[in-house]
Design a protein around this ligand. Structure first.
Ligand SMILES: Cc1ncc(COP(=O)(O)O)c(C=O)c1O
Length: 385
């Protein structure tokens, strides 16, 4: 029996094992310690930021990022509807309401619809305290366009870069955009600490406040003194060691995922009605480059002669995981009553989109198996001669 192929499995090697052993042998097993300090410095440097605060998840980074930007109960926060629930959940934790904005064909937030959302809120006298655009599947948002709309309304941008670490746009790395940015080291992300995240900022006071809130808002006294409600959101020293080893391999992991993208491009090149989401994805070595976290295809059933669901089932039968792209937040029952500025694009991407196995740990043999399963599916349909 062959092993199941997953969408995006962690990619860990001897280097990670050695880093974990180093951290344990150092005696710094409790939260915080030298690995956390070094990881924060290395991550900030990689992302072109003055400060990084390592946290227990990307969701925690979004939550604290919103709090330090002054988001609170009764506020509105404009965000991408095409995202994972964590973005909207973090907004909700603060007591603010998410306002969902549709994407363009790239999958990222549409600047024109953002303008509509902010203008209407202003006309109604509602306070929008932050804009949180999401870098879908590893493509950095057009921060020129989104930032200009946000700046016109004097609203800070918190970049949800959970999926895009390692990508760049116009020469600037993912994580460098906006007043602050949140990244994730969840197990399915391009690099992992098994679970973790970070807030990136250039503002020392902001970074200090995030650190303070993330350590139970503990005041600097010998005894335990608290004047505010805090959170237990810090990353442990052991997990930071894992993160450091992964960060050293990040460029290689991006390159491996890029190779998968090229392979998928080839597989579907002659299939009518199928295109890759988020293409073009930037040339290697160029100023703009996706991190290729997930490769997803969009299937127009009439032209293709099959649906994305039929392909998903065929792959599942071959023990290969594929998944629909995110179901937009405005279509989720939990957020159905929230404001939404949508034109049907994200719904179409959800209905026609399928994410394919993209992990950097995929072996050549596994990619060969995926290729064969797709070729067999297409040949059964007579899609390709
Ligand atoms: C767009 C987006 N935002 C936020 C998160 C949350 O990150 P985490 O799982 O580390 O809390 C994720 C992934 O999980 C994500 O894909």
């Amino acid at each position: 029996m062959t092993a199941r192929i997953y969408l995006s499995s962690p990619d860990v090697t001897d280097a990670e094992e050695q880093a974990l052993v180093r951290a344990i042998r150092s005696g710094w097993v409790a939260p915080l310690g030298p690995e956390v300090d070094a990881f924060e410095a290395e991550l900030a440097d990689y992302c072109g930021r003055a400060h990084a605060v390592a946290l227990s998840s990307g969701t925690a980074a979004l939550h604290l990022g919103l709090l330090v930007l002054g988001v609170g109960p009764g506020d509105l926060v404009a965000t991408s509807t095409m995202t994972f629930a964590a973005t909207a959940n973090a907004i909700t934790y603060t007591g603010a309401e998410p306002v969902f904005v549709d994407c363009d064909e790239s999958g990222n937030m549409d600047a024109g619809l953002l303008m509509d959302a902010l203008s209407q809120a202003r006309a109604e006298g509602r306070r929008v305290t932050a804009v949180v655009p999401v870098d879908l599947h590893g493509k950095v948002v057009d921060h020129g366009a989104i930032g200009a709309v946000a700046a016109e309304h004097r609203i800070p941008v918190l970049s949800d870069a959970a999926e895009s670490l390692g990508a760049r746009r116009d020469g600037r790395p993912s994580g460098a955009f906006g007043a602050a940015a949140a990244v994730s080291f969840n197990g399915n992300k391009i690099m992992t600490t098994s679970g973790g995240g970070a807030l990136l900022t250039d503002d020392a006071a902001q970074a200090g406040r995030v650190r303070y809130l993330a350590t139970q808002a503990r005041q600097p006294f010998v005894h335990y003194e608290h004047t505010e409600v805090g959170y237990n959101y810090r990353l442990s020293n052991i997990l930071a060691a894992l993160g450091r080893a992964q960060l050293l391999r990040l460029e290689d992991m991006v390159e491996r995922r890029r190779q998968h993208r090229l392979r998928y491009r080839q597989m579907f090149a002659d299939v009518p009605g199928v295109r890759l989401l988020g293409e073009p994805s930037g040339a290697d070595g160029g100023a703009t480059r996706d991190n290729f976290w997930l490769t997803s295809i969009l299937v127009e059933p009439k032209a293709a002669g099959f649906t994305s669901e039929e392909l998903r089932l065929a792959l599942a039968a071959a023990d290969i995981e594929a998944r629909p792209v995110w179901k937009p937040m405005h279509l989720q029952p939990v957020f159905a009553t929230r404001r939404a500025y949508v034109d049907g694009t994200s719904q179409r991407l959800f209905e026609t989109g399928l994410s394919l196995p993209s992990g950097s740990a995929l072996t050549d043999a596994q990619i060969g198996r995926i290729d064969a399963a797709i070729a067999q599916f297409l040949s059964r349909l007579n899609v390709v001669a």
